[in-house]
Write a protein that binds this ligand. Structure first.
Ligand SMILES: CC(C)(COP(=O)(O)OP(=O)(O)OC[C@H]1O[C@@H](n2cnc3c(N)ncnc32)[C@H](O)[C@@H]1OP(=O)(O)O)[C@@H](O)C(=O)NCCC(=O)NCCS
Length: 170
């Protein structure tokens, strides 16, 4: 929601050094507050129109990260993305976010699979689909979008028929 712009701005500012190696969009930061409000309003419009769904991850009233489902891989597939604030790492938060997003994706009629894509060098990101039992599809060359990326994309896939809530990630 646009009302979350200040909390999101704070979380992104605190996470900049941690995100810069992997997230291309951080190069646009810091955004002016008005621009961030417009961006959040744009995300809401996009979701309402059946497009990408972008969510904040909250711990209490603090923004602890973000996640989303992106309509860019196939008409019957969604790509799942996530980032976590450095104060909240290694406690299973990204795994829980990905799990909830996959749950949500598979409630949508016509969605048969979700994928997670990340650069091969991003070992932390690889842990999330691995822990959730996604199938590793292989690697493909890609334009590096952030400074630490090698330009080798790893792709992971979960099919609707194989999806269940893993007890380890509750
Ligand atoms: C990738 C990222 C979202 C992981 O967030 P997280 O909440 O710490 O992840 P989880 O606690 O759910 O970890 C799940 C598994 O991933 C692996 N993992 C996470 N961080 C790791 C690290 N720094 N090094 C190696 N493995 C790591 C582990 O296997 C971990 O399971 P374990 O803790 O039981 O060993 C976080 O590091 C991040 O925001 N990175 C920068 C942004 C980014 O790369 N986003 C993804 C772009 S594709």
């Amino acid at each position: 929601m646009p009302d979350d712009a200040e909390a999101l701005g704070r979380a992104v500012a605190e996470s900049t050094d941690h995100l810069r190696p992997w997230m291309g969009w951080i190069a646009e930061e810091p955004l002016a507050i008005e621009r961030r409000r417009e961006m959040l309003a744009g995300w809401e419009r996009e979701w309402a129109q059946g497009g990408d769904a972008i969510f904040g991850v909250f711990v209490g009233d603090r923004v602890a990260g973000g996640g989303g489902l992106h309509c860019r891989i196939a008409p019957d597939g969604l790509e799942l993305g996530y980032w976590i604030h450095p104060a909240f790492l290694r406690r299973g938060l990204a795994t829980r976010v990905a799990e909830r997003l996959a749950d949500a994706a598979f409630t949508l009629p016509g969605i048969t699979h979700v994928e997670i894509h990340h650069d091969k060098a991003n070992r932390a990101s690889a842990g999330v689909p691995r822990r959730l039992g996604f199938e590793w599809l292989g690697e493909a060359s890609d334009e590096p979008a952030a400074p630490a990326e090698l330009g080798i994309e790893w792709r992971w896939r979960m099919d609707r028929g194989r999806w269940r809530r893993p007890p380890s990630a509750s």
